[in-house]
Design a protein around this ligand. Structure first.
Ligand code: GTP
Ligand code: MG
Length: 298
């Protein structure tokens, strides 16, 4: 695999989508070569990761498509990572997402990938972090990550993304409660999508008022994603902000991720069966001291 990995990584760097797809699959499936792959990556940390989150059906995929298309018109290469909340066995949903994103399949500057969320880090799989690192090792200009949910997964996405866009719709009455409860301070930009619908103006001003009351300076944009209306404004905001990415938030996830890896690495040699055997022996001593045992043996 040694030779294979370095070839794959070279192809990845050169922008080969087949190599990219293969590497993502190897990483996603924890193939034995995944570690070597991750070791060999040279992720460009300057490629901005934009998280797009919001309740089911808010139009996130439609918006992501529209953003990608606009960026590609500027000659930029865009990666879209859709985190599928369904089980990896729910093919229907994966396929659904693919079909909905079909519009971009023929654009060579846009790469689309769905991955199943397995949720070790709340709503967002640890694999997502690794996969975004893989994407950062390919020559993209921007990475868009779509996750569904209002709540925990949003909090996860801020650790991953340089900017977080929260997509709401005029009917998002419940979600606006999160603003009140302080959960949605995590947004860098709010999008009120489906602005063609009744109540969009009222909803957007309500949201703006709430943010102002909380002294939060977060822009609210009205968008009609399926007609690409308002998307240019969003692009300008994203671009102007990505020159000063919020690295403080990113460091939290980096630390969390590092902590998990260290834990894994340190525990690697601890074999539970062998541990039981040892303890069976030791336990014969009725004044057996577990703390000394651990200290002496590990
Ligand atoms: N009226 C209107 N419909 C829209 C707009 N944007 C998207 N839609 C429609 O809303 C539906 C859901 O859009 P998606 O983009 O799949 O929404 P999503 O948030 O990605 O959905 P999940 O990934 O399933 O959570 C689709 O039927 C879209 O065509 C919009 O601006 N106005
Ligand atoms: Mg979607």
């Amino acid at each position: 695999m040694q030779q294979d990995v370095s070839t794959l990584i070279e192809q990845l760097k050169a922008g080969d989508y087949r190599a990219l797809a293969r590497i993502i699959s190897l990483v996603e499936n924890e193939h034995p070569s995944a570690t070597e792959i991750l070791f060999s990556l040279q992720p460009n940390q300057n490629i901005p990761i934009i998280g797009i989150t919001g309740p089911p059906g808010a139009g996130k995929s439609t918006l992501v498509n529209a953003i990608a298309e606009e960026f590609s018109k500027e000659g930029k290469r865009v990666a879209i990572l859709a985190i599928d909340p369904s089980s990896p066995f729910n093919r229907g949903s994966l396929l659904g997402d693919r079909i909905r994103m079909n519009a971009q399949f023929n654009n060579p500057d846009i790469y689309i990938r769905s991955v199943a969320s397995r949720g070790a880090l709340g709503g967002l799989s640890e694999k997502t972090i690794e996969i975004t690192d893989v994407l950062r090792a390919a020559p993209f200009d921007i990475i868009l990550v779509e996750t569904v949910g209002v709540g925990q997964s949003e909090i996860d996405i801020i650790g991953l993304a340089d900017q977080t866009i929260v997509v709401l719709v005029p009917e998002s009455g419940d979600e606006i409660q999160h603003v009140k409860s302080g959960l949605m301070e995590i947004a860098d930009i709010y999008v009120v999508n489906k602005a063609d619908r009744e109540g969009a103006d009222i909803f957007a001003s309500k949201l703006e008022r709430m943010l102002k009351m909380k002294h939060l300076d977060i822009p609210v944009l009205k968008i009609i994603a399926d007609r690409s209306i308002g998307v240019q404004n969003l692009l300008q905001l994203i671009t102007s902000r990505s020159s000063s990415p919020n690295r403080i938030l990113n460091i939290n996830l980096l630390a969390e991720k590092a902590w998990r890896l260290i834990q894994q690495k340190r525990m690697k040699d601890v074999d539970k069966i062998a541990l039981k055997q040892q303890l069976l022996e030791q336990r014969k001593d009725s004044f057996f001291n577990l703390y000394r045992f651990v200290n002496d043996n590990y």
